[in-house]
Design a protein. Structure first.
Length: 515
């Protein structure tokens, strides 16, 4: 706009000009600008700005989980496999971790108070639909992607746990014995764990009545399908069988396996070194054990299904023997107490039907009219039973000394503790689902949560944080940190204490920038 006027002092014509914008070449209309080509702000809009989008919520613990997910690649792997629902999956995972033992119907309250990936409530009905939408092919793709993060040459601990259920609609809920030898309706869950990374990489559900010894071949097929060809497995004695050892050799996999001392194969190779086993040169001060390794031969067999012939070969195997003198003393005392109880049952004519085999094995019982019952101990049988007290054995097909073998095997206790987290913290002691699809989805979401918890637990152990915190109290400490969100503005983080910053650092996460 231009307005002309006469300047009396300068005695000349002047003009007052005001910039109103530029002409749009396409529309021919004037577009208001501020003189630098930028559109002017609508001041009236500023006056009418609503603060309905402003929100203050808890941020510290979910920020930690965001950072862990990015560091481990979980978020990217989930996004690749579940592009439409990965944010919902992550939000439920966060809820399971931060709200210990809470039911999913309380998600709405938690969602209102916390910043999380999905940013909105997920009603119970939608959660059930989400679980049902998690298909098998996407899960397998996730296992394959996440398996790339495993450490080179680490052993994978493989074990099973049982989860009870009262459902009559789930096909794999069967009666079986759990680890505490209780006979219950249950589902078995088999999990593969990295023994040095302490992270779970794979799981599969099994019918509750399938024993451990029967599932190795299925595991090997699964690992081969996922592309995990160079795997090293460490397992307890429940997986020992001749067929399983042959299968591991056939697949060219390395293994470390606990073996029962009652096996003739184990006892035979101990006999030549038995008398000198407790020599000081075999004593390991770190584990307070006598240890010795024997190299021997395994008689490998494989019956080819397509030809029907039997392939026989010799394979190298290592038996690692250990003797714990304290354990031997405890076993001997318990055994002697047991013999006394059995003898008292015989003399008091209080025989128990279930003990008949033990009476016959350890006692000679004679009854005469004059002297009555005479009970004598079978010394040879007792001596034979006590011979292997305090001993245990591990077998492997990878060359290592006994110290390295026991170190690897004891690291597998990570899987036992992980099962504790799965059942207690993630509320999986009972399966509260009514359909197969919901079950599959819930187990997968719980497995993702287990990855996060396993990482946190490993870092806490390495950094000595368990001296001052449990996992729950540590997460609560961070969960108190708030953030303030408003549309059109950068998120603002509340005050962070030095203790909270040190927790982030110990867990391998850069603390957020606070005010």
């Amino acid at each position: 706009e231009s307005h002309s006027y006469w300047d009396k002092q300068k005695k000349q014509s002047r003009a007052k000009r005001k910039l109103i914008g530029r002409v749009d070449k396409t529309t021919g209309k004037i577009v208001p600008t501020d003189g630098r080509g930028k559109k002017r702000k609508d001041k009236s809009a500023d006056k009418d700005m609503s603060f309905d989008s402003a929100r203050r919520c808890f941020f510290g613990a979910t920020y930690l989980l965001d950072a862990i997910g990015k560091k481990l690649g979980i978020r990217d792997d989930l996004k690749s496999c579940f592009p439409d629902t990965y944010k919902q999956i992550l939000s439920i995972v966060y809820y399971l971790i931060l709200e210990e033992n809470s039911s999913l119907f309380r998600f709405e309250k938690w969602s209102l108070l916390h910043k999380h990936p999905y940013k909105d409530n997920i009603p119970s009905q939608r959660i059930s639909e989400l679980f049902s939408s998690i298909d098998e092919s996407s899960k397998q793709r996730f296992f394959r992607l996440f398996g790339r993060h495993k450490k080179d040459n680490e052993f994978w601990a493989y074990d099973t746990t049982s989860i009870s259920s009262y459902s009559k609609h789930l096909r794999q809920i069967q009666y079986g014995y759990n680890k505490e030898h209780d006979y219950l309706a249950q589902l078995n869950l088999a999990v593969v764990f990295g023994s040095s990374s302490n992270l779970p990489f794979y799981y599969r559900k099994l019918a509750g009545n399938i024993p451990d010894v029967k599932i190795i071949n299925s595991l090997l097929s699964d690992l081969n399908m996922l592309g995990f060809s160079k795997v090293k497995l460490v397992m307890d004695r429940g997986f020992y069988s001749k067929d399983n050892i042959n299968a591991l050799y056939r697949e060219h996999l390395k293994f470390l396996l606990s073996a029962d001392m009652s096996l003739n194969f184990i006892k035979t190779h101990l006999e030549p070194i038995y008398d000198t086993f407790r020599s000081f040169e075999y004593y390991n001060t770190q584990y307070e054990l006598y240890a010795h390794t024997v190299s021997t031969i395994w008689d490998y067999e494989y019956k080819r299904p397509y030809k029907g012939d039997l392939i026989e070969d010799k394979r190298r195997i290592y038996i690692h023997y250990y003797f714990n003198i304290d354990k031997a003393a405890e076993q001997e005392k318990a055994f002697d107490r047991r013999l006394i109880e059995l003898k008292d049952e015989l003399l008091g004519n209080r025989q128990i039907k279930e003990h008949k085999r033990l009476y016959e094995k350890y006692f000679d019982v004679k009854t005469t009219p004059k002297r009555g019952m005479d009970v004598k101990i079978k010394e040879d049988a007792v001596r034979k039973a006590k011979r292997y007290f305090g001993f245990f054995a591990l077998i492997s097909n990878e060359k290592m000394d006994a110290e390295r073998a026991i170190e690897i095997y004891r690291n597998r206790d990570v899987i036992e503790k992980a099962f504790g987290n799965l059942k207690e913290r993630l509320n999986m002691r009972r399966l509260l689902v009514s359909s197969e699809k919901s079950l599959d989805g819930k187990l997968f979401v719980a497995f993702i949560a287990l990855i996060y918890l396993s990482y946190i637990k490993k870092r806490m152990q390495d950094e000595g944080l368990f001296k001052n915190y449990t996992i729950g109290t540590l997460l609560d400490k961070l969960d108190a940190i708030e953030c303030f969100e408003q549309k059109g503005h950068k998120i603002r983080i509340g005050e962070i204490l030095q203790k909270q910053k040190s927790i982030y650092t110990a867990l391998g996460v850069e603390p957020p920038d606070s005010l």
